[in-house]
Design a binder for this molecule. Structure first.
Ligand SMILES: Nc1ncnc2c1ncn2[C@@H]1O[C@H](COP(=O)(O)OP(=O)(O)O)[C@@H](O)[C@H]1O
Ligand SMILES: C[C@@](O)(CCOP(=O)(O)O)CC(=O)O
Ligand SMILES: [Mg+2]
Length: 371
């Protein structure tokens, strides 16, 4: 058991194309964002387990003894992650006082923590006393993958703390990542956490949180439902959109872009936005967002689960800053928040404290002090 305080972080994601379709086995194109979730974990000897989640105004603490039931309830092999059974979920809910069917932000975050903590500790038959603090730059529940970043951070921190994976030492001012097989294990456990939050996730979000950069993802877990016959052609079209977008982006990255490349990207965004509305995951507020940016000749679509949440707008290299500013002003006036982000942030990482940006470091210190 490592006795150091560890700080890990994982990026959020944005799905360029393929949300929802990916759950039905189609291709999704997702990229990591430069907005991250940070987790600080410290092992202690006070016989307690504490988790502090300031983004959702939650701080809970239990006697380790009260958590012993986890070892009898969860019979997991740390190297072979598996999903929580319904019986296990029921026991965790009962323990945490979460009524059946309750899926509020706090309940889901606690269920996810309790399962990952119990399952990852089960092999060593020990429940370490620890303090965990999770803070995120990502909006919660808005389509930017905050749940996956949370699950990835928890999986990485808990696996490292109980030495199921190595604890690489970052250089001063530096960050390090784990070996590929260890990242695989982090990703698999994070996926089990995502299942508790999402029910039937595709696995795209946790893969981006783990590996970062761009992920071209196709998962062959076809969900059978009657309406799939009707929406099948739309899902196939979304699949083709993801593939065409990937080809166009690859050409841009390779320096083979033409005037037309960006026009293609814009057209793909418009078509997909219509498709997402047709399959019923749009929202009038997202339509208004698309209309507002269209007035400035910018193209937008919803991203993530939809039904509210975030939209993305493509800024071409030749989009003038005044157009960006004018669209942001218009959106702000309509009550939207805007983030100008970069894509391609690195995947889950372990930080030396001095490598953190000053504002993040100060915030973690402040939040630790008031625990
Ligand atoms: N920083 C955080 N602290 C605590 N819980 C979090 C945090 N970020 C995400 N979560 C959990 O993830 C859920 C949001 O996930 P989800 O609805 O999938 O939206 P998103 O698009 O942001 O992933 C929250 O309800 C909460 O349970
Ligand atoms: C709708 C979906 O494709 C993306 C959901 O993304 P988010 O949780 O809204 O960030 C579901 C999934 O891929 O698991
Ligand atoms: Mg999510």
């Amino acid at each position: 058991m490592t006795d150091k305080t560890l700080i890990v972080s994982a990026p959020g994601k944005v799905i360029l194309h393929g949300e929802h379709a990916v759950v039905h086995g189609k291709v999704a194109l997702a990229v990591s964002l430069n907005l991250r979730t940070y987790l600080q974990i410290g092992l202690c000897s006070n016989g307690r387990v504490q988790i502090n989640l300031p983004n959702i105004d939650t701080c809970l603490s239990w006697e380790s003894a009260a958590l012993q039931f986890l070892l009898t309830t969860i019979d997991a092999d740390v190297l072979n992650p598996k999903a929580a059974s319904q019986e296990q979920v029921d026991k965790l809910r009962q323990f945490a006082g979460i009524p059946d069917g309750c899926v509020d932000t706090r309940s889901l975050a606690i269920l996810c923590f309790l399962y990952l903590y119990g399952a990852i500790s089960a092999s060593s038959r020990q429940l370490p006393s620890m303090e965990i603090l999770v803070w995120s730059e990502l909006p919660t529940g808005a389509g930017l993958g905050s749940s996956a970043a949370y699950s990835v951070c928890l999986a990485a921190a808990l696996l490292t703390a109980n030495e199921s994976i190595a604890c690489p030492v970052p250089e001063e001012n530096g960050t390090v990542r784990w070996a590929e097989d260890e990242l695989e294990l982090i990703n698999k456990w994070a996926f089990q956490g995502e299942k508790l939050i999402h029910g039937n996730p595709s696995g795209v979000d946790n893969a981006v949180g783990t590996w970062g950069k761009m992920s071209y993802h196709q998962i062959f877990t076809l969900v059978r439902m009657a309406s799939i016959l009707i929406i099948g052609p739309i899902l196939n079209s979304i699949d083709a959109i993801s593939c065409e977008c990937e080809r166009t982006l690859a050409a841009i990255v390779a320096g083979d872009s033409t005037e037309e490349s960006y026009a293609v990207l814009e057209e793909l965004i418009d078509i997909n936005q219509h498709h997402l509305n047709v399959i019923g995951v749009g929202h009038s507020s997202l339509d208004r967002l698309c209309q507002a940016t269209a007035l400035h000749s910018l193209h937008s679509k919803l991203t993530g689960a939809g039904g509210g949440g975030c939209g993305i707008t493509l800024l071409r290299p030749d989009t003038s800053p005044s157009v960006v500013e004018a669209s942001k002003r218009a959106l702000n006036d309509m009550g939207y928040d805007c983030w100008e982000t970069n894509i391609g942030g690195h995947g889950v990482s372990l930080h030396s404290p001095s490598s953190l940006q000053r504002d993040v470091s100060q915030l973690l210190t402040r939040l630790t002090d008031c625990q």
